[in-house]
Design a protein around this ligand. Structure first.
Ligand code: ADP
Ligand code: ASP
Ligand code: MG
Length: 423
């Protein structure tokens, strides 16, 4: 018997009609004889709405309470989905993250899964039922506090359960037909990717292609879980995320696998930093101690006359307040002149394992941007990625220009967006 883990994102269960539609798919899989575990996200934009509601109550909600609030979204969808499946004559039991045995560390808001003990899920399957699990949530090991795994975390729940149950495949159902060469909401001519390696998918996810969460892909790679991304609105083939490609695929391996974009970062510039050893270290120590992860860093050439330099870096915009407060408190000690904060930036990343062996990729990227009249504010690279920061207003145009410059456009019209608000 085959064991499948299926995950349905928020846009696939946005209202009662969608829940009934998804229930039919699940019941059909069960009737075909497979063991089925379903991970479900909160309905539509429920998570955003709950965050908004909390902000109306207090500017800085305590993270423990925030986690309890947000997990309510997935409890609503899991129970409704179980009812809809039962109504079709197929047994279905729903479980919270805690009941499903998802054990995490204690970092509220972005907890990491440290163990999965799916005894109750196994029992439900053995009894012939479909098990429905609330995504994006777990419980701490010793204190039994409810945690959430960070935005998009239901993808990670699905892969973690697939690994713990030794499932044959983990299917991620969403509102597009798989992983594309760019976000279909921005590039209607984007091309569906048949197969992609964990490595490239990790760079895409880390660079903002939210079709799969980064931790989900990391987890899948570590445990060798094949991930199949497809649409819950169509019967199309989708994208398989696996290990190294087969011999025959490598021959045709493209240099570039895709263009990702990210609007969720902000930029801090620390102006007039004394250009002496130890100052940059202090700035980044202060930021790190406040629990903020930074992404790109640029230090300008120091002006010889003044002995001062400027240091810019990017960070998640949601951490902007915390980081600027920490740096302001440390201003007398570090001795910088002023600080600028800009959350109207966008990041574009070009990803492809073929970059390793093909010179000229950066030159082509920069000339595509310059032809489109787009100014580059920052640059960073990895072995298989080049990222640039532009102004937020220019990001969509930049993505389209780069996508065309690298001949990624398709005329197949596959890049259909079936649902969701893109929020
Ligand atoms: P779900 O609610 O199913 O979890 P998400 O909104 O988290 O869905 O992820 C799906 C969305 O990811 C798509 O609607 C699309 O706009 C976006 N996306 C960004 N980059 C890509 C890409 N390269 N390929 C496919 N979708 C992408
Ligand atoms: N509901 C959560 C979110 O919106 C988790 C998820 O959908 O994966 O981020
Ligand atoms: Mg998602």
């Amino acid at each position: 018997m085959v064991l499948i883990v299926q995950k349905y994102g928020g846009s696939s269960v946005a209202d009662a009609a969608s829940i009934k539609r998804v229930a039919k798919r699940i019941a059909a899989a069960r009737r075909a004889g497979d063991e089925v575990v379903v991970v479900v996200s909160a309905m539509g934009d429920t998570t955003d709405e709950l965050i908004e509601l909390a902000r109306q109550v207090t500017p800085l909600p305590p993270s423990r309470e925030m986690d309890i609030l947000l997990t309510a979204g997935e409890r609503i969808s899991m129970s409704l989905l179980a009812m809809a499946i039962a109504n079709l004559g197929v047994a279905a039991h729903s479980f919270t993250g805690q009941q499903a045995g998802v054990i995490t560390d204690t970092v509220h808001g972005k907890a990491r899964i440290i163990d999965v003990t799916p005894g109750r899920i196994r029992e439900a399957l053995d009894s012939g039922a479909v098990a429905i699990v609330a995504g994006f949530q777990g419980v701490t090991q010793y204190t039994n506090d409810v945690t959430t795994l960070g935005r998009g975390g239901s993808d990670t729940t699905a892969v973690a359960l697939a690994a713990a149950l030794d499932a044959d495949v983990c299917e991620i159902y969403t509102d597009v037909d798989g992983v594309f060469t760019a976000d279909p909401r921005i590039v209607p001519t984007a091309r569906r990717i048949d197969r992609i390696t964990y490595e490239e998918m990790m760079e895409m996810a880390a660079s903002g292609a939210k079709v799969l969460g980064l931790r989900c892909v990391e987890y899948a790679r570590r445990y060798g879980v094949p991930v199949h991304v497809r649409s819950s609105f169509s019967g199309r083939e989708g994208t398989l995320v696996t290990d190294e490609l087969e011999e025959e695929d490598i021959v045709e391996e493209p240099i570039i696998s895709g263009v990702a974009h990210d609007r969720s970062e902000a930029k801090i510039t620390v102006v007039g930093v004394p250009d002496v050893p130890g100052k940059a270290a202090r700035i980044f120590e202060v930021v790190a101690t406040s629990g903020v992860n930074i992404d790109m860093i640029v230090q300008n050439v120091s002006a010889a006359a003044t002995g001062l330099t400027d240091i810019s870096f990017t960070l998640p915009a949601t951490d902007g307040q915390v980081a600027t407060a920490a740096l302001t408190a440390a201003q007398p000690e570090i001795g910088y002149a002023s600080m600028q904060y800009d959350d109207t930036i966008g990041k574009l990343s070009l990803i492809g394992a073929g970059m390793r062996s093909h010179p000229g990729v950066s030159a082509k990227l920069f000339s595509a941007l310059s032809r489109a009249g787009i100014n580059i504010e920052m640059i960073s690279t990895s072995e298989i990625r080049i990222s640039v920061v532009t102004s937020a207003d220019h990001l969509d145009d930049a993505v389209r220009a780069v996508h065309s410059a690298f001949d990624l456009d398709s005329s197949e019209g596959e890049a259909v967006v079936y649902g969701g608000t893109g929020r």
